[in-house]
Design a protein. Structure first.
Length: 408
């Protein structure tokens, strides 16, 4: 793949967004916003040493939001032709005219807009020939099989490189855009012993291919994780500390973000409603312009959720946290979704390792961990230095002082 193969340049995307705004104003919109985007990429998957899939993707979109007074309408298209653009704008206007008025509807206030955004160094295209992508995926998977003869099967190893860019414009005179990239290497394998089979995986994802871990390292670690889960056993029901390994701690952090996000708060669908200054102590919410107006507060610029959220940890790495816990459960996998954001009740299927004397003793499976999120967040005993970035969040492992662990 060439370093950049966008179908439309950034200037063309800005022109398209600008034309959509002009047409919206011409047709009677009192305010409007348009976002145009273009992206491309490829994904190669290898399973048991053979190429399983080669996928190429190319995506484009124009999304238009219009306001007629306090009425809002939205429409989108993947067709960049002038007629399609006009039809999309007019569809959004038709929707707006049949929508109830909402006093909080409207664009972000002009003073809240970023007029001079910084270059965050987000774009690192990967010029990766498909033949080389296949070699990388094969090397990744082979490292897992080479590790131990008990690694008997694979769900595949994948290499993906994605590049996209966008332009965002609104009737307050805002017009900005930038390119970005995301590249991933992943591997999932199955280990077997004495009739028992266990699966585990690992992946790395970075903006720049130069920051990716070696593919052999990804495959080797996926294999080691699967092997470590062999001879898993069940345990009895007990109250004990629970240590969430960094990948699943990220999921716990995401649950917290949902509970303090404006959409759930103004809908009264969060157990942390009216909790500012309380519970250990909550200092702020994630608010976009709309949710801030609904709550009578000031936006934090978080309309799209959290961005680059970092949970700072202490000095202990994962082995240090295990020693600190002493006795309890190390969770490495969560199963299902048993979270009630309204009440805070938390119940998830889990797998991991039982810890005694500050050391891992054996793997465990078919258990459930349960508690209340309000109590869990108040009883965070430590956050690890083993920080891991997954998506828009970075955090280390999280140690909770006590939860119910339900087994036999």
């Amino acid at each position: 793949m060439a370093p950049t193969r966008f179908s439309h340049g950034l200037d063309a995307l800005k022109t398209l967004a600008s034309d959509a705004l002009a047409h919206a104003r011409e047709k009677g919109a009192s305010a409007c916003e348009a976002e145009s985007s273009d992206g491309y990429g490829q994904t190669v998957t290898v399973r048991k040493g053979e190429v399983e899939t080669i996928e190429y993707n190319r995506d484009k979109s124009l999304a238009v939001t219009v306001y007629v007074g306090k009425r809002k309408g939205h429409a989108s298209t993947a067709d960049f032709a002038p007629r399609a653009m006009r039809d999309t704008v007019e569809a959004a206007l038709t929707i707006a005219r049949f929508t109830a008025e909402d006093e909080c509807a409207g664009l972000a206030d002009p003073e809240e807009l970023a007029r001079d955004p910084q270059d965050l160094d987000l774009f690192h295209p990967w010029d990766l020939p498909v033949e080389r992508a296949i070699e990388i995926a094969k090397a990744c998977e082979a490292a897992a099989f080479r590790l131990d003869k008990r690694v008997v099967n694979s769900e595949g190893a994948s290499v993906s490189c994605q590049q996209w860019h966008f332009a965002l414009a609104n009737s307050h005179g805002f017009m900005e855009g930038f390119p970005t990239s995301r590249h991933t290497i992943s591997c999932a394998v199955i280990a077997a012993e004495d009739g028992q089979m266990q699966r585990d995986d690992w992946y790395v994802s970075q903006r720049s291919p130069e920051d990716l871990a070696r593919p052999e390292g990804v495959g080797d670690y996926a294999g080691r994780r699967a092997l470590a889960r062999l001879r898993s056993r069940k345990i009895g029901t007990v109250q004990a500390p629970v240590l969430f390994e960094a990948p699943v701690a990220n999921d716990l952090l995401a649950t917290f973000v949902s509970a303090v996000s404006g959409g759930n708060l103004y809908r009264k669908a969060s157990f942390l409603l009216d909790s500012l200054g309380k519970d250990g102590v909550l200092r702020g919410y994630f608010l976009g312009s709309y949710s801030a107006r609904k709550l009578g507060m000031k936006t934090t610029g978080s309309a799209g959720g959290n961005h680059n959220l970092i949970l700072h940890g202490g000095e202990l790495d994962l082995p240090g946290l295990i020693r600190k816990m002493g006795r309890g459960l190390l969770v490495t996998e969560l199963i299902g979704f048993g979270v009630n954001l309204v009440t805070g009740d938390y119940s998830r299927g889990a797998a991991g390792y039982w810890v005694e004397g500050g050391e891992i003793r054996y793997p465990v499976e078919e258990i459930t961990i349960a508690g209340n999120l309000r109590d869990m967040f108040r009883s965070v005993a430590a956050i690890g230095a083993d920080k891991l970035t997954r998506g828009s969040r970075t955090c280390g492992s999280i140690l909770i002082e006590e939860m119910t662990i339900a087994g036999n």
